[in-house]
Design a protein around this ligand. Structure first.
Ligand code: FEO
Length: 392
């Protein structure tokens, strides 16, 4: 159903309640939505983004229900198909429409969707187009998470259409209600945007001068009071960390499990918060959220075939890909006949710029010496947290 969010400005998107995975990779515990918007000016009408192709029928229905007879501009803010995939269908229904986008996005849309060149109008950073009584200003906000992404500012209504920026995977019928959204927004930021936090900071700086009364992203809810989400993005994208250790382990014969449990208690005794995960059952999105601001990570993994257990290897891969601001990383491991885990972990964390703390490795079952070593690791982490000022 279309929802009027400002006079003559409509949400025309679609909630995808039962989608469970994004990009066949990211779990979606709350589904997602593809938020398209219609802006009816006194002379022209613009559609901001389309929807995922699986929901294009719903988009067309919403456009009809909102009384859209003609579309002059389809503003494509991001070439990824969850927003652009429905554009060819919209062009079919509204053949007079032109796709207004920046040059990078235009080239990507030509490759991804084979939209013919003559269908485009190319816009530049800060360029404006008029709809009569309303103006759209395009602001390039790249790398949130693709290089071509832009936002659109509707000056007269002070609405920023921000595409993935500030989005959340959240299927809801109450699109103007921010209750419960901030954790979902953090999860979204963690999974999609955290590797690009310096770009996120630059984009926040870029939109700072705009008077924004409403942020309308392309996923999740619309923010009627944008201060809170702006403040959270400021914090998440900063280099600040918290007095917390992510302790994520997998154990085959209980050695690593015992060591991880011992270390957890030792850290808590020293005044450090612990986010404790058994990787066989962990929600990887939760772990990604913790990586947004935890100061340290300890991976617990037994040695398997001269490397680390695949569940821990996947986590190490994720950590390397997300490039978190984590300052300290260590390893708790066990082996039967050959210790290669610490080497394997180091080899996987090629993007890590912080400090590797000496691991604790047990031959077989942990014994007195390994428990003393775990105390040593807890002391090392506490010392480091004090040095960076997160532990008093
Ligand atoms: Fe929601 Fe990057 O697409």
């Amino acid at each position: 159903m279309p929802v009027e969010i400002k006079k003559d400005v409509y949400y025309a998107g679609s909630a995808h309640w039962d989608r469970k995975l994004f990009d066949e990779l990211i779990p979606l515990p709350d589904g997602t939505s593809y938020n398209a918007y219609i802006i009816k000016g006194s002379e022209k009408t613009a559609l901001i983004d389309a929807v995922d192709p699986v929901k294009e029928d719903e988009l067309i229905e919403n456009l009809k229900k909102a009384g859209v007879k003609k579309i002059d501009y389809i503003v494509s803010q991001h070439a990824e198909q969850d927003h652009s995939g429905g554009i060819p269908r919209v062009l079919k229904e509204y053949p007079e429409a032109k796709v207004a986008t920046n040059e990078k996005c235009r080239n990507m849309l030509k490759d991804l969707l084979m939209i013919p060149d003559e269908k485009f109008i190319t816009v530049a950073d800060r360029e404006k187009i008029t709809l009569g009584n309303r103006t759209l200003e395009f602001i390039l906000t790249p790398w949130v998470h693709w290089p071509e992404t832009m936002s659109t500012y509707l000056a007269e209504d002070k609405v920023l259409f921000s595409c993935d920026f500030f989005g959340s995977h959240f299927a809801t019928s109450d699109i103007l209600n921010d209750e419960g959204v901030y954790e979902k927004a953090k999860r979204y930021y963690a999974e999609i945007m955290s590797p690009f936090r310096s770009n996120v900071r630059a984009n926040i700086e870029k939109i700072k001068g705009l008077k924004i009364e409403m942020i309308a992203p392309s996923h999740g809810i619309i923010y009627k009071n944008p201060e809170k989400i702006l403040g959270l993005y400021h914090e998440w994208s900063s280099e600040n960390v918290k007095n917390e250790v992510i302790l994520a382990y997998v154990s085959m014969h209980d050695s690593v499990k015992k060591m991880a449990a011992y270390l957890k208690d030792a850290l808590i005794e020293r005044g450090i918060n612990v986010a404790f995960y058994n990787l066989t059952a962990a929600d990887i999105g939760q772990l990604a959220m913790k990586l947004v601001d935890a100061a340290s990570l300890v991976l617990g993994a037994p040695t398997v075939l001269a490397g680390i257990h695949p569940a821990a290897a996947y986590t190490a891969y994720l950590v390397n890909a997300l490039r978190p601001k984590t300052k300290f990383i260590s390893l708790v491991s066990s082996y039967g006949w050959g210790e290669r885990a610490s080497e394997a972990v180091k080899g996987m964390l090629t993007n890590f710029k912080g400090e590797m703390l000496a691991p604790v490795i047990s031959k077989g079952h942990p014994k007195e010496n390994e428990f003393r070593e775990l105390d040593r690791l807890a002391d090392d982490i506490a010392k480091k947290h004090r040095e960076i000022g997160v532990l008093k």
